[in-house]
Ligand binder design. Structure first.
Ligand SMILES: *[C@@H]1O[C@H](CO)[C@@H](O)[C@H](O)[C@H]1NC(C)=O
Ligand SMILES: *[C@@H]1O[C@H](CO)[C@@H](O)[C@H](O)[C@H]1NC(C)=O
Ligand SMILES: *[C@@H]1O[C@H](CO)[C@@H](O)[C@H](O)[C@H]1NC(C)=O
Ligand SMILES: *[C@@H]1O[C@H](CO)[C@@H](O)[C@H](O)[C@H]1NC(C)=O
Ligand SMILES: *[C@@H]1O[C@H](CO)[C@@H](O)[C@H](O)[C@H]1NC(C)=O
Ligand SMILES: *[C@@H]1O[C@H](CO)[C@@H](O)[C@H](O)[C@H]1NC(C)=O
Ligand SMILES: *[C@@H]1O[C@H](CO)[C@@H](O)[C@H](O)[C@H]1NC(C)=O
Length: 238
């Protein structure tokens, strides 16, 4: 199915209100045609199609999605002019606690304003796209409790704004990349519950803003440095 959404739909608002039972295919089939208040039959049809895919609406939000109101006034929908394609404007993509499957689309990396990317607790598989390295504004990246495989891409080390990274409970393997030591702003680094092996890169012990450092339930070896609590003075959870 091809689906087209208004550029300013508050996607996270919609998705937080419902448990969306569908697949990531829906997201990747959205196109970026601009629209505006008072437009457009295509937008209306797309929203109706979206509505039919919601199978669980505990707060009964969709009751306002009816013809007594213009669709721009439906709960969770905002209309407006788009000066750029919507993806490039997207700042928050929060799809946590759903049943999305398939791979994380690498081309989400074109959402250059993305700050919060949360896909934890879904059924995602495949690898973490190395293209995400270009998301220079990304602050939080949660992908815990999925089936992500292969290694952690070293390019993740380029996410200079990253404060929170959680990849716990996936099936990630290989070594923890040394490049993660470049994440100077990181506070929360959680990689536990994977199949990571080898030594913990010593560069990680330089991340002095870290408050949570979680690597449990892996296949790591080696020992912890004796000055761990000196180089990581803000550590609260290990
Ligand atoms: C609605 O949007 C579609 C896709 O951009 C466009 O082809 C169509 O002309 C628009 N219709 C109106 C009435 O603006
Ligand atoms: C349509 O939505 C309006 C606004 O939320 C609501 O007052 C009205 O009861 C709804 N109508 C139906 C038939 O659900
Ligand atoms: C997701 O699920 C977890 C565990 O059930 C829960 O603690 C958390 O609040 C949920 N988050 C959202 C945004 O629903
Ligand atoms: C998620 O994937 C697992 C393993 O493939 C499967 O057993 C489970 O039914 C899936 N859950 C949903 C909600 O799709
Ligand atoms: C992402 O990829 C899908 C599938 O190839 C494509 O339809 C879509 O236009 C792409 N989006 C962007 C923003 O590149
Ligand atoms: C990461 O940054 C380095 C420079 O710090 C650059 O050489 C490299 O190409 C970047 N990698 C990606 C995937 O963007
Ligand atoms: C840790 O930081 C210090 C001071 O910036 C630097 O000299 C050292 O090479 C770093 N160690 C690692 C393993 O990155």
């Amino acid at each position: 199915m091809r689906m087209r959404l208004l550029c300013l739909i508050h996607f996270q608002a919609i998705l937080l209100l419902f448990n969306v039972k569908s697949t990531l295919a829906v997201l990747s089939s959205i196109t970026d045609t601009p629209s505006y208040f008072g437009g457009n039959e295509t937008d209306y049809q797309a929203l109706l199609a979206f509505k039919t895919m919601i199978t669980h609406d505990p707060r009964n939000v969709l009751s306002s999605w009816n013809d007594s109101l213009h669709f721009c006034q439906w709960e969770g929908v905002t209309c407006g002019h788009c000066t750029k394609p919507y993806v490039q404007r997207l700042q928050v993509l929060r799809l946590i606690n759903n049943s999305f499957q398939g791979e994380i689309p690498a081309n989400l990396s074109h959402c250059s304003n993305l700050k919060y990317f949360e896909v934890g607790n879904n059924n995602l598989s495949g690898s973490i796209p190395m293209e995400f390295a270009s998301l220079s504004k990304l602050v939080e990246f949660y992908a815990h409790k999925n089936y992500l495989t292969r290694g952690i891409p070293p390019s993740i080390g380029n996410l200079s704004s990253l404060h929170y990274l959680s990849l716990t409970y996936n099936v990630l393997e290989g070594q923890i990349p040394n490049a993660l030591g470049q994440l100077r702003s990181i506070e929360f680094l959680a990689l536990g519950g994977n199949k990571l092996s080898g030594l913990i890169p010593s560069s990680l012990y330089n991340l002095s803003s870290m408050t949570t450092f979680s690597l449990g339930i892996n296949e790591l070896s080696g020992s912890l440095p004796i000055d761990l609590f000196v180089t990581l003075p803000n550590l609260q959870r290990l």
